[in-house]
Design a binder for this molecule. Structure first.
Ligand code: PGA
Length: 253
């Protein structure tokens, strides 16, 4: 972490938690969360729960969606638009998660369109990148990450670019219990920052927040957050338990 960049801990609940479970979680964590000025704490829930959770969001807790469509409205059955999210009080959205890329046809191009749409509607995008195990083992990590990051930032001007949060999530580490070592995570997050510097210069690369994601737990969060280029975490499994999630947020403080 770097004291000039506010840390972010974002929980990605994926397709988990009923309304009752979600409310119980929010009531448990809210009194214990640090101030938003210390840690930006975000919970990204199922779209069905967003409205109900937004009503309980406070200074120290923000609510996000896990995906959205790039169009403002239209005949896209089952989708949610940035206009609908914003109007419901949602302030963050995860874009291009590897599960969306793998199972729901998200491409570098749609990820870029969605980041642009989020910026246009003043929603903070948490835009994801990450390599497969095969790509890492054949030394293609940097090529893949560079391609994904350059594509997601395509046509985004510098003043907007620094508001985007990038999450580096090696696919082989997601939900597998295999975290990247702190050295590996730092090296690749640093590489992402270099790509941003090449695109926009240091004023943007020094400001943009880069998160690590992939089997982050209370046991490994501190050593990951101690790395210069890691500004927080995007967390799946460990965000489902209120006690674990609180430990992650407190570690970031
Ligand atoms: P995990 O998921 O923490 O369960 O590995 C991370 C993510 O998918 O964002």
């Amino acid at each position: 972490m770097n004291k000039n960049r506010r840390p972010v801990i974002a929980g990605n609940w994926k397709m988990n938690k009923t309304r009752d479970e979600a409310l119980q979680f929010i009531y448990t964590i809210t009194p214990e969360l640090p101030k938003n000025t210390d840690v930006e704490t975000v919970i990204c829930s199922s779209p069905v729960l967003l409205r109900c959770l937004v009503k309980r969001q406070g200074e120290n807790l923000r609510i996000g969606a896990q995906t959205m469509h790039q169009s403002e409205s239209g005949a896209f059955t089952g989708e949610v638009s940035p206009v609908i999210l914003k109007n419901s009080g949602v302030e963050y959205v995860i874009i291009g998660h590897s599960e969306r890329r793998a199972y729901f046809n998200e491409t570098d191009e749609t990820v870029n369109q969605k980041v642009l749409a989020a910026l246009k509607h003043d929603i903070i995008a948490i835009a994801c990148c990450g390599e497969t195990l095969e790509e890492r083992e054949s030394n293609k990590t940097e090529d893949v990450i560079k391609r994904q990051v350059v594509a997601m930032m395509n046509t985004i001007p510098a003043d907007a670019a620094k508001e985007v949060i990038i999450a580096y999530e090696p696919i082989w580490a997601i939900g597998t219990g295999k975290t990247a070592t702190k050295e590996m995570a730092e090296e690749t997050c640093g590489f992402v920052r270099n790509v941003i510097e090449q695109l926009y210069g240091k004023a943007v690369s020094d400001k943009i927040r880069i998160l690590y994601g992939g089997s982050v737990t209370p046991a490994n969060v501190s050593e990951l957050l101690a790395q210069t280029n890691i500004d927080g975490a995007l967390v799946g499994g460990a965000s489902l338990d209120s006690e674990n999630f609180l430990k992650l947020v407190k570690a970031a403080k």
